[in-house]
Design a protein around this ligand. Structure first.
Ligand code: PLP
Length: 337
């Protein structure tokens, strides 16, 4: 579906958070292996490792905490001006200056507020140069690859060491369905290896139970398989294109309205906006009233330090009529009704 090299293997997870946890833990194992430490066995007290990221998702920060890196110890790489995407020149100098023997770079494809993609090709090249593990959180952004192909904004993701994606986002299967992919299945195995005489392991080199957090798990692949079978790649692509067109229609209306301000051009499925100076309400109270009315549901965001509203389109049941409803609601609030 995503035209990734067959070298990638992986497991289904409860969601993108769990996949990010696997990303952090597998990266840690790899960093250990460069220092002669089997972290899964010896722990990380002697591990020398620095993590770099520009705009990691909150769940990625949580994952860094769970993996023992700490939620507050990663090195912040600056963003390109006016975006949440990593400044790769700054990454290059930070990697060059770094004296840690282990390095991990966490990249985003895409960020939840600005839907900004890190330049994965450049980031991957830098990671190879500096022997850094590259984990890409592509929870929903990887689906852009279905629309734009391998040369779109996800270009370079195929060079990552590990990838997070979420089937309960743009694949629209029920919750509890993430995916962790890695080109180092042996490192994943070493990270998660479990063995006991009573556990029924088959004779595979890497038993399934040793490729994830859970030993026992339900059949998460089933709804994914059913969805792929029912809609096919083209059907899923068409649904994603519909959501992108819906976001673009709302963004156009907002851009033309004097009561609202489009905070950045809509390039994927999230419309980011705020109340304009002429609006009688501020952004936060507008959002509260909008959601209170119960017709549409939008979420808060912070954009370049100020309050913003995110209107995210990702559901297969959303139609043009819903966009019109959102416009009606916004127009009603702008009139003070
Ligand atoms: C980029 C990104 N990463 C991770 C997550 C966490 O996903 P989950 O809720 O499936 O754990 C999300 C969810 O919004 C996301 O958008």
């Amino acid at each position: 579906m995503f035209e990734l090299p067959a070298v990638f293997e992986g497991v289904m997870t409860t969601g993108a958070t769990a996949a990010n946890v696997l990303g952090a833990m597998t990266a840690r194992q790899y960093a250990g292996s460069l220092q002669g430490i089997d972290v899964a066995k010896a722990g990380c007290k002697d591990l020398d490792c620095t993590v770099f990221s520009a705009t990691p998702h909150a769940s990625m920060v949580k994952a860094l905490g769970l993996a023992g890196f700490g939620q507050d110890t990663w090195v912040k790489v600056a963003c390109q001006s006016g975006t949440e995407a990593m400044d790769t020149q700054e990454l290059a100098s930070k990697l060059s200056e770094c004296t840690s023997r282990g390095k991990v770079v966490i990249a985003s494809a895409a960020t939840v507020t600005g839907t900004d993609f890190d330049d994965l090709l450049t980031v991957a090249q830098l990671c190879r140069e500096h022997q850094a593990w590259l984990h890409v959180d592509g929870a929903f952004g990887i689906f852009e690859r279905l629309v734009k192909g391998a040369a779109g904004k996800t270009q370079g993701i195929e060079l990552a060491d590990s990838i997070t994606l979420d089937c309960h986002k743009w694949l629209n299967v029920p919750y509890d369905c993430g995916v962790f992919l890695t080109r180092h299945p042996q490192t994943l195995f070493e990270t998660c290896n479990v063995d006991a005489p009573y556990l029924a392991n088959d004779d595979q080199a890497r038993p399934f139970m040793s490729l994830g957090i859970e030993n026992s798990r339900r059949f998460r692949a089933l709804p994914v398989w059913a969805t792929l079978l029912a809609y096919g790649k083209q059907g899923i692509k068409a649904q994603i294109q519909r959501n992108i067109a819906q976001a673009s229609a709302l963004a156009n209306w907002i851009a033309a309205s004097s009561e609202y301000e489009l905070l950045k051009p809509c390039s994927l499925n999230v419309v980011l906006f705020s109340a304009s100076a002429s609006n009688k309400y501020d952004t936060q109270s507008l959002l509260a009233q909008l959601n209170e009315a119960g017709q549409v549901f939008m979420t808060p965001g912070i954009w370049q330090g100020s309050a913003a509203i995110r209107c995210a389109f990702s559901n297969w049941r959303t139609e043009q009529a819903d966009v019109e409803l959102a416009i009606l609601e916004l127009a009603r609030l702008a009139e003070g009704a």
